[in-house]
Each structure stands twice: as C-alpha cells, then as structure tokens.
Design a protein around this ligand. Structure first.
Ligand SMILES: [Zn+2]
Length: 134
C-alpha cells in the first residue's frame, strides 16, 4: 500500500460519491414529512464568474430521500447549498412557499492551484404541496 501518492484533495467524483452516500442514508421524504406530497425546488444562479450555471428544477416525491443538499454546479468548487432549514420553514409556513438567496460557501480551484471563494448566489423558490387531510 502506497500512501505517498494519496492526495487529500477531493475530486468532483469524490464529492458526487459522498453526496450519494449521504442521500442513501437519508430518511424518505414521507417518513420525515408524512403530509408532503411534493417538494418543488426552483434554483437560479447569479454571479460567481464568467459563466453562470443554468437554472435547475427539482421535484421530490414522498418515496424520494429527504436530502436537500445541492452541490455547487461548478465542478471545481467544493461547496454546495444546504436547503434543509428552508424546507422546514416552507412546510411550517401557511403559504407552503419560500424564496431566498444563499451564497455558496465553497472554494474553487484556480489555474495556479490557488483557491478562491466561489461566491455563487443561489436564488431559490421552494414550494411544498401538502395533502389536505393534514
Ligand atoms: Zn460554489
């Protein structure tokens, strides 16, 4: 076993694998929020450099894993957006809807190997569709 070549720098593949593990370990949406029929995420991005990532939409259904961390769309960034608290707030609010802005806390690898703060802004809209019996 050669330890000398082991680098601690996580690749985007490692990040994806870690995210998948977290996702598989998360409880199902219907376990955590039995009244929720659908969670609708609209994600728009702003800033962060020369190319702005395209908007994303995600819809989660009750059998889906209740895992609300979205990785930063920049492949060289180690950050992400944790919307778990936002989901809680949206479900607890009478309108079942919440909008907000979040900044990516990650660092991006520069060409020279130096790291720069990502600073990508996420504009999110979250809608929770809940069953009327709850
Ligand atoms: Zn980022």
């Amino acid at each position: 076993m050669k330890l000398a070549n082991t680098r601690a720098t996580p690749t985007s593949q490692d990040r994806a694998a870690q995210l998948r593990r977290d996702q598989e370990a998360a409880p199902k949406l219907r376990t955590l929020f039995p009244m929720v029929e659908q969670l609708h995420f609209d994600l728009r991005f702003e800033g962060g450099g020369s190319s702005t990532p395209v908007p994303q939409s995600r819809i989660l259904h009750p059998p889906a894993r209740a895992h609300f961390t979205f990785p930063c769309p920049y492949s060289d960034c180690n950050g992400g957006f944790d919307l778990a608290a936002v989901v809680d707030t949206a479900i607890a609010s009478p309108s079942r809807r919440i909008e907000g802005v979040m900044e990516c806390p990650g660092m991006r690898g520069g060409d020279s190997g130096s790291k720069v703060p990502c600073g990508l802004h996420l504009h999110f809209t979250l809608m929770a569709v809940c069953s009327p019996s709850h």
